[in-house]
Design a protein. Structure first.
Length: 299
């Protein structure tokens, strides 16, 4: 039985990081899922690739032999996939753009208008991804550009902030703080929170405000992967969630109140693309995003 490319990609990440925890964060997958894939690869190849205990991970001789082969194979595959994507995009004149949430802010229509003026005959295909993939498809080349929330942990992706917004807390309309005009984080820190999947990496910690808790772990009521799931739970009163100011408007609905949190740092929405992608259409899209923001600020 042949090994799958995904298994090789997972193996290379662990071999380079020599840590399942760091590799899982880099790959945006859970650590148990990563361990299971590596074990499956070792079974397929009938060889122990990694020697691991509770303190460290080391390459075995078999693992060192595979690492060199896997790196070259993945590099050639990625080059080939990029060439195919480039050819397909040029043929259909389609730019695939990923997003994790509804964009709102009058941003998307303005970007489309400016992009199509820069690139006549091209059109944008917007694709929505779950919060389990914080790169919105860029990581596995399912998209050409994306609107991402920072922070994102991916060395091969370039991010440029577009919008900086206050963080709000979404509460059930029946919550005791629902009538307040603003709150400080200490007033809600002890509430049950909704969390992004662990595969979201540092983005999960950001929306849990982990660094502002003084070392105390948040009480996570549930993990959520979509906005609909999130706000259904919030409206029930079972948990609260942090969100950006613009999304407080986008996702406004009966039964939910969004209140500014005065002492949390802001959220940033960014445009992102793969670092080695030099296609004109991609960079025209990025520039269209900044033109749209600049025009809005000058009004």
């Amino acid at each position: 039985m042949d090994a799958h490319l995904r298994d090789l990609r997972y193996f290379v990440a662990v071999a380079e990081e020599l840590s399942f925890t760091r590799a899982a964060g880099r790959l945006h997958v859970s650590q148990p899922a990563l361990s299971k894939q590596i074990q499956g690869l070792e079974t397929t190849l009938r060889a122990q690739l990694l020697a691991r205990d509770r303190r460290q991970v080391e390459l075995t001789p078999a693992g060192a032999a595979l690492l060199d082969v896997a790196r070259r194979l993945l590099e050639h595959w990625d080059e080939g996939m990029a060439a195919v994507a480039d050819a397909a995009a040029e043929q259909t004149r389609t730019l695939r753009v990923g997003t994790l949430t509804s964009i709102g802010r009058a941003l998307y229509p303005g970007v489309i208008d400016r992009f199509t003026k820069r690139e006549p005959g091209w059109h944008i295909e917007l694709r929505s991804f779950s919060w389990g993939d914080p790169t919105a498809g860029l990581g596995d080349q399912a998209t050409d550009a994306a609107f991402l929330w920072l922070p994102v942990q991916a060395d091969d992706i370039v991010v440029r902030p577009l919008v900086t917004e206050r963080r709000f807390v979404a509460l059930s309309a029946r919550h005791p703080l629902a009538e307040r005009h603003e709150v400080c984080f200490a007033e809600v820190a002890g509430e049950p929170f909704l969390a992004l999947p662990r595969a979201a990496g540092p983005l999960r910690d950001f929306w849990l405000a982990t660094s502002e808790r003084g070392g105390k772990a948040p009480a996570v009521a549930a993990e959520v992967t979509s906005a609909d799931e999130t706000f259904e739970i919030v409206s029930s009163g079972a948990a609260v969630v942090l969100l950006a100011e613009g999304n407080a408007i986008v996702y406004a609905r009966p039964g939910i109140v969004c209140v500014p949190v005065t002492d949390l740092g802001p959220a940033q929405l960014a445009v992102a693309w793969r670092r080695n992608d030099e296609r004109r259409a991609v960079h025209s899209f990025v520039q269209a995003c900044f033109d749209c923001i600049t025009d809005a600020q000058q009004r």
